[in-house]
Design a protein around this ligand. Structure first.
Ligand code: PLP
Length: 360
């Protein structure tokens, strides 16, 4: 029989919100998890095959880790002392909250990356959520500052998931500069698709931690590689005290090192995705009853109001999977669709057209 205190604790945990993973289906066009779908699978397969033949899995991944740090430092143009790696940036969020985040409170914008909120709840960290400005999803500066000044940690996703926009750079720098008693976590998971990164500013601001990932622009979601960039002391403590000694396996490290050394190829696909994103936004904005928002990421967020149910049902018949978010804050009938190849995007827009013509 399970003891009473353990049953009670498990019951509390079972009531927490969970991160909803996209469903697994056969033959589905997958536009629900912001992966990089424009990368040629063969290109990645070649990198992976080379990584497999170069790795000796009898050994712990010490050398591979060193090589990855070197390559990352070159890619970011930041001294490696400012970098700490992890198994996906999800794991950095978890590790930061369970250590530095203990007995703190947090300010975030709403909506934002739901996993961060779930993890705060798991660790009993109180959150103050400030809704973004209604017109353009920008930062409500004074409301935000009033709350942020009273908290220990601020989390900002830039570009923001799910709204897709990147906040004004000068406002972001002002926040980092003014809130010098707060730890400012900037989640730049989608930054390669955006306009600017704040990673260079870690040498100037000790309160800044930038989170990055290889899951999006580099198309390596399955390899689970993330990293943080921060002041040297925090990065070192993260690498040595907080992080486990070998956080990423040899194969993933070899793949990631090789991907970074061919970054020009990835940047070409990023350019394609940016063009496709703007085209997708334009196509969605021409459809009556749908309101898309401009995006600086590899996805487009849109409201569909009372068309929500028909779109959701229709797309599942068409075997197209996008992220259905429903109603939240002041947004009605929301979806987030990953920008795919031209063919996928055309198929998606065509399907929406078919669904709505049947509906109307
Ligand atoms: C804003 C944001 N941060 C972090 C992550 C997680 O990235 P990773 O795959 O590196 O854990 C995601 C994934 O969807 C995300 O949207």
């Amino acid at each position: 029989m399970t003891s009473e205190w353990l049953s009670k604790r498990l019951l509390e945990l079972s009531r927490l919100d969970v991160y909803i993973k996209p469903p697994i289906h056969d033959r589905v066009i997958k536009m629900d998890a912001n992966e990089n779908l424009a990368l040629a699978p063969q290109f990645l397969n070649d990198i992976v095959s080379k990584a497999v033949s170069a790795s000796d899995l009898r050994f712990y991944p010490a050398e591979e880790l060193e090589r990855f740090y070197e390559q990352l430092s070159q890619y970011l143009n930041v001294n490696r002392k400012h970098i700490a790696v992890s198994s996906g940036s999800d794991q950095i969020i978890e590790s930061l909250l369970s250590t530095i985040g203990k007995r703190t409170n947090v300010t975030i914008f709403e909506p934002t990356f739901s996993y961060f909120i779930n993890r705060c709840k798991l660790h009993g960290i109180p959150i103050e959520s400030i809704p973004l400005n209604e017109t353009d999803n920008s930062i409500p500066y004074s409301r935000f500052m009033n709350s942020a000044k009273k908290s220990n940690i601020v989390y900002i996703c830039s570009p923001n998931n799910p709204t897709g926009n990147q906040f004004d750079r000068e406002t972001m720098l002002d926040i980092v500069e003014s809130l010098n008693d707060q730890l400012i976590i900037i989640d730049e998971a989608y930054v390669e698709f955006g306009k600017y990164s704040l990673s260079q500013f870690v040498t100037k601001y000790d309160n800044l931690v930038v989170l990055r990932t290889m899951s999006k622009a580099f198309g390596l979601a399955g390899a689970r590689i993330g990293y943080l960039i921060s002041q040297e002391n925090l990065a070192e403590i993260f690498r040595t005290q907080i992080q486990s000694p070998y956080p990423i396996n040899s194969l993933s490290l070899a793949v990631a090192t090789s991907a970074l050394s061919s970054y020009q190829y990835f940047f070409d696909t990023i350019q394609l995705i940016r063009q496709q994103r703007d085209k997708l936004f334009l196509s969605l904005s021409k459809i009556q009853g749908i309101k898309p928002f401009r995006s600086d990421a590899n996805f487009v967020f849109f409201e569909s109001f009372d068309l929500y149910d028909s779109i959701q049902e229709g797309l599942s018949h068409e075997l197209i999977s996008i992220k259905a978010l429903g109603d939240f804050c002041r947004y009605r009938g929301c979806f987030r669709v990953t920008v795919g190849t031209e063919e996928m995007n055309d198929r998606f827009i065509g399907s929406i057209g078919n669904i709505l013509s049947k509906d109307g």
